[in-house]
Design a protein around this ligand. Structure first.
Ligand SMILES: Cc1cc2nc3c(=O)[nH]c(=O)nc-3n(C[C@H](O)[C@H](O)[C@H](O)COP(=O)(O)OP(=O)(O)OC[C@H]3O[C@@H](n4cnc5c(N)ncnc54)[C@H](O)[C@@H]3O)c2cc1C
Length: 555
């Protein structure tokens, strides 16, 4: 890859050379996720993520080409939801003809809230085709794709006398008349990706190209995103490791005040935290990917946690790596090379990794998604009691059911955590952290219960509050995954196992502090005031703060 792909040149020109794309096809990189029986490689999610990690460590644009095609593009949803005929037709062609695909969900007016989609698909009179009309935005690979998954609204279904929105997925060949690539977008980073505006004007698609059933579109989109999120996290790990590599070299090579900057305590602290985070990210990702491979279990919660944790951590790591490089971190690699310095591309990596906090569910939406999963147990139990539309009889019934449920559940949360030895761990340090995870998990559950009682349905709107609850849960998950991995490495005496325990210990100590801070902020915060100020900002009450600038009006 180093010899054939100049990632800085891709960034400068905004083009991924054709020879690189052909080379990736020759290396089977575009059929990794296609099952063997259809001519693909049939690789596991774990190994696929590893490949994404390696590609992303070198060139983020190339990594997106590969993953937009098969994490969210046609191969994955088709594998999960397609009929045998659809698989034979499209997976075989994708594997043998080197077709490129993508996943078109987002629209100019539809981002985080896909249910409000406006692209429509209407059945023709003969019932044999659908006509797709609308506009899709930012579909990665979309401008060059041969075949796409297009998510569109089909006519409402009447259920119990009420109209129910139907969102449906279609397999669409882009050579179909009426399909048009209207624009190519340019971005902060990942400049070699190709995506823009796709227009659909009476694009005629055979009815048999519906994936699963009409109305299953959102389910398919969300399931597809599970794989996308895990794979995205693999890419984050590749970028984070590259940042660590560059920071290590930079901190060793750069000498100031009589010594390498890595010997100065402030920089040493950053390096140690980066190393601990890289170990934790890999632990979280490994656990979730192996889970996705090993069972038929629903892993959407783990995928969301992994995506949130890895994308946020990578952004911090890239920022610190740039800081460690000082002015050289801010300078482009070509410019550094031009004046004879080592051309570490940390400036480019920082721009590239920023996208991970936005695509495939923004960090804010990931918080809400995880919270909803965590609160589901309480919502189902308590909401009928608070529902103003429910009859007295229904409320009484719900209250009795809740009383029984909580009488069993709540006391368990006061049961002390198990003694260290019961974790079966060899490492005392890891056992101690696991005990903290167990104890704090119960403390968190008690806190959620109290918040539910206090705010009831209104809790969903307290986004700052529930974000902290989620942050605690994510930290606990990361601690557990990190300790288990370090412990496993210790038990099987894998290379560097002692260092792994050290890194896990350092990560867990930091996580404990962050968790404590989040609990404090849940108990006491300025959320109400900050919401009021924000509304004031929106209403123009703070215009004076924008005085003295050349105001950009987006023209
Ligand atoms: C480079 C790139 C590649 C992409 N690739 C694809 C692709 O292949 N296929 C595809 O379909 N899409 C793709 N997208 C779209 C991407 O998935 C969306 O950008 C993302 O879903 C967010 O939507 P949005 O940008 O419209 O943000 P918005 O939904 O407008 O959100 C703006 C901000 O508001 C926050 N926000 C929104 N709703 C809430 C809420 N209820 N509560 C709190 N905060 C909220 C968001 O977190 C965000 O910070 C791509 C985008 C980019 C930039």
């Amino acid at each position: 890859m180093r010899a054939n792909l100049d990632a800085d040149e891709v960034d400068r020109t905004g083009e991924l050379p054709q020879e690189v794309i052909k080379g990736l096809i020759r290396l089977n990189c575009f059929k990794l996720k296609i099952p063997k029986e259809y001519g693909g490689i049939g690789i596991s999610q774990f190994n696929y993520g590893r490949i994404k990690e390696m590609i992303a460590s070198h060139c983020a644009s190339t990594a997106i080409w590969v993953s937009a095609h098969q994490s969210i593009g046609v191969p994955n949803p088709l594998k999960l939801f397609g009929t045998e005929e659809q698989k034979k037709k499209y997976l075989t062609r994708l594997a043998h003809e080197g077709l490129i695909s993508g996943f078109a969900l987002t629209e100019p007016g539809v981002g985080s809230d896909p249910a409000s989609m406006t692209t429509t698909a209407t059945l023709t009179e003969d019932g044999k085709h659908y006509l797709i009309n609308g506009e899709k935005l930012w579909c990665s690979n979309g401008n060059v794709a041969d075949v796409l998954i297009v998510v569109a609204r089909t006519p409402d279904k009447i259920v119990n006398g009420k109209a129910k929105k139907q969102i449906t997925c279609f397999i669409v060949e882009t050579k179909t008349p009426g399909f048009e690539v209207a624009y190519r977008c340019d971005f902060l980073g990942c400049r070699g990706i190709i995506n823009g505006i796709l227009r659909f004007k009476d694009v005629k698609v055979p009815a048999e190209n519906i994936l699963s059933n009409p109305g299953d579109g959102l389910k398919i989109a969300l399931t597809t995103l599970n794989t996308g999120r895990l794979t995205l996290a693999g890419g984050c790990i590749g970028a984070a490791k590259q940042c660590l590599n560059i920071a290590r070299r930079g901190a060793t090579e750069r000498v100031q005040w009589g010594g390498p900057i890595g010997k100065h305590d402030a920089i040493a602290g950053k390096l140690a935290e980066m190393a601990a985070y890289v170990f934790a990210m890999e632990s979280v990702w490994e656990y979730s990917s192996l889970l996705a491979d090993s069972t038929n279990r629903d892993f959407r919660l783990e995928a969301a946690i992994t995506k949130l944790f890895c994308s946020e951590a990578t952004w911090k790591i890239a920022d610190e790596a740039l800081q460690i490089r000082g002015g050289r971190g801010y300078e482009k690699a070509q410019s550094l090379r031009g004046r004879g310095e080592k051309a570490y591309p940390i400036e480019r990596i920082l721009r590239e990794v920023r996208i991970n906090r936005i695509i495939e569910g923004t960090s804010e939406i990931m918080h809400l998604f995880i919270a909803r999963e965590a609160l589901d147990f309480h919502m189902k139990t308590l909401v009928p009691i608070a529902d103003p539309a429910a009859s007295v009889g229904l409320k009484t019934k719900a209250a009795l059911a809740a009383a029984v449920k909580y009488a069993i559940w709540y006391p368990k949360l006061y049961r002390p955590a198990r003694p260290f030895k019961d974790y079966g761990f060899v490492s005392g340090k890891m056992s101690a952290h696991m005990r903290f995870v167990e104890k704090t998990g119960k403390r968190l559950a008690r806190m959620i219960f109290r918040l539910m009682l206090r705010y009831q349905q209104g809790l969903e709107k307290k986004q700052q509050l529930i974000s902290r609850v989620v942050d605690i849960g994510v930290e606990l998950f990361a601690m557990a995954a990190t300790c288990s991995r370090a412990e496993t490495m210790l038990v099987i005496k894998r290379r560097n196992y002692e260092k792994s325990v050290e890194l896990a210990d350092l990560f867990c100590k930091g996580a404990r502090k962050r968790i404590e801070r989040s609990f404090e902020d849940i108990a006491e915060n300025n959320d109400r005031q900050s919401y009021k100020v924000a509304q004031g900002v929106l209403e123009g009450e703070y215009y004076f703060l924008e005085d003295g600038i050349v105001k950009n009006e987006g023209k």
